[in-house]
Design a protein around this ligand. Structure first.
Ligand code: ZN
Length: 360
C-alpha cells in the first residue's frame, strides 16, 4: 500500500517493519492507523544499556501520534515488548520512534515545534487539534535535544523573558542566547516562579553561569535576585522596552484618575478622546491627534505634565557618557518626585531602585 511505501522512505527502523494500515472513524474524525511489528527473529533492545536482550513479555498495543496526513490523524500502533536485562532488570524496550512513555513520536514533536516557531503555541494546538500541553512538550523536547547535541560553550549573553500563555494567567519562562550570530532558544520551563529560573541555572551549570557577561531581563524582582546570585559576574541589563512600558502604564493611570476627578466635579471632560494622543509617541500620532495634543499641552493638566515628564525621559536613551546619563537620571527623578503625580513617582522610585541595572 502507498502509505507504507511513503513511510518507508521517511523512517528507517532497522529492527521493525510496518504492518497493516487501516482507517478508523470515531466521533466523526478519521484516523489512519499504521501497525508496527518487530522484524522476524529480532530481539528487543534494552533502553538503558542499548544491548539486545531476550523478550520478557509483550505489553498491550499503544498508539503513538505521527504527523497528520491531509485531514487524517495518523498513529503508529505497536505492542512494546519488555526486555529481561541482566544488568538493568525488566524494562520496556527502546523504540526508535518515541521516547519512553511519550505518546507523540519524535517526528511529530519536531513537526509541532517547527510550526511553533512561526505561530503562537495556541494557534499550533488549534490547527493540529492537539492540546497546548503537547505543543509545549514538543518545543521543550526539541530544545532539550538541541542542548544535548550542541555545545553550550561560548554562551556569554542571555535574555530571560516571560510570556503569558492564556491571557494574563499562565506563564512560561524562556531563556535565549543573545550572543552575536548565535541567537537561539536555550531553555523553556513552565510557570514564572523562582524555582523555574533556578532550574535553568542548574541545567546551565555553575561554571558557565559564572562566566556569563550579560543578562537581559525585565524588572520582575524575584528573577533579578536569582540572576544576581547565580550569575554574579554578569551585567544585568534592564531593557528599554520594559522600562518604557512602565511609563505607558503610569501615564494611563494619571489620565484615568484625572478623568474620574473631572467627572465628580462635573467639569467638561477635557481628556476625552485624548487618550491615544497622550499615550502615543509624537511621531506616531495622526494629524488630528496632533492638533488634540497641542490643545492639551496648553492646559496645565496632570496628564499633560506626566506626558512631558515621559517625553523628557526619552532623552535618557541618547546619552552615551555614563556620568551624564547618571546625572540626568538623578535630576529627572528628583523633579518627578516633586510632581505630585503618584503613578509617575512610582516610576521614578522604580528607576532609582534599579539604577545600577539601568545604567548598564
Ligand atoms: Zn540493559
Amino acid at each position: 500500500m502507498l502509505i507504507k511505501t511513503l513511510l518507508n522512505r521517511m523512517e528507517k527502523f532497522k529492527s521493525f517493519v510496518f504492518g497493516k494500515t487501516w482507517v478508523k472513524e470515531s466521533f466523526g474524525k478519521a484516523t489512519v492507523i499504521v501497525e508496527i511489528l518487530p522484524r522476524k527473529n529480532s530481539r528487543p533492545e534494552c533502553p538503558m544499556c542499548g544491548r539486545k536482550r531476550p523478550t520478557y513479555d509483550t505489553r498491550e498495543a499503544r498508539d503513538f501520534e505521527y504527523i497528520p496526513l491531509w485531514i487524517y490523524r495518523v498513529v503508529f500502533r505497536y505492542a512494546p515488548r519488555r526486555v529481561d536485562c541482566p544488568i538493568d532488570g525488566v524494562k520496556v524496550e527502546w523504540m526508535p520512534w518515541a521516547d519512553g512513555k511519550e505518546q507523540m513520536t519524535s517526528r511529530y514533536k519536531i513537526f509541532l515545534a517547527r510550526w511553533a516557531r512561526r505561530l503562537s503555541w495556541r494557534e499550533v494546538s488549534q490547527i493540529f487539534e492537539t492540546s497546548w500541553g503537547c505543543v509545549f512538550r514538543a518545543v521543550q523536547w526539541v530544545v532539550e535535544y538541541g542542548l544535548a547535541h550542541r555545545s553550550l560553550e561560548g554562551v556569554t549573553q542571555i535574555g530571560v523573558d516571560e510570556i503569558s500563555v492564556f491571557k494574563g494567567h499562565r506563564y512560561l519562562t524562556m531563556v535565549y542566547q543573545l550572543d552575536a550570530g548565535a541567537r537561539r532558544l536555550l531553555w523553556c520551563g513552565p510557570e514564572r516562579k523562582i524555582k523555574t529560573l533556578l532550574r535553568f541555572f542548574r541545567m546551565f551549570g555553575k561554571e558557565r553561569s559564572v562566566r556569563l557577561k550579560f543578562v537581559c531581563s525585565d524588572m520582575w524582582g524575584p528573577y533579578l535576585k536569582v540572576i544576581a546570585k547565580k550569575a554574579p559576574n554578569a551585567l544585568n541589563v534592564l531593557d528599554r522596552f520594559h522600562i518604557m512600558k512602565k511609563f505607558g502604564e503610569a501615564l494611563d493611570l494619571v489620565r484615568r484618575q484625572e478623568v474620574a476627578a473631572f467627572k465628580t466635579k462635573g467639569q467638561d471632560n477635557l481628556l476625552e478622546h485624548g487618550r491615544w494622543a497622550l499615550l502615543k509617541r509624537p511621531e506616531n500620532l495622526t494629524e488630528k491627534q496632533t492638533v488634540r495634543l497641542s490643545e492639551l499641552l496648553t492646559l496645565n493638566l496632570k496628564s499633560v505634565r506626566a506626558y512631558l515628564l515621559r517625553e523628557d525621559f526619552q532623552r535618557f536613551w541618547s546619552f552615551t557618557e555614563p556620568a551624564v546619563a547618571a546625572w540626568f537620571l538623578d535630576t529627572w527623578c528628583t523633579r518627578t518626585m516633586r510632581s505630585r503625580l503618584d503613578p509617575m513617582k512610582k516610576v521614578a522610585k522604580m528607576l532609582r531602585r534599579h539604577k545600577p541595572l539601568i545604567m548598564n
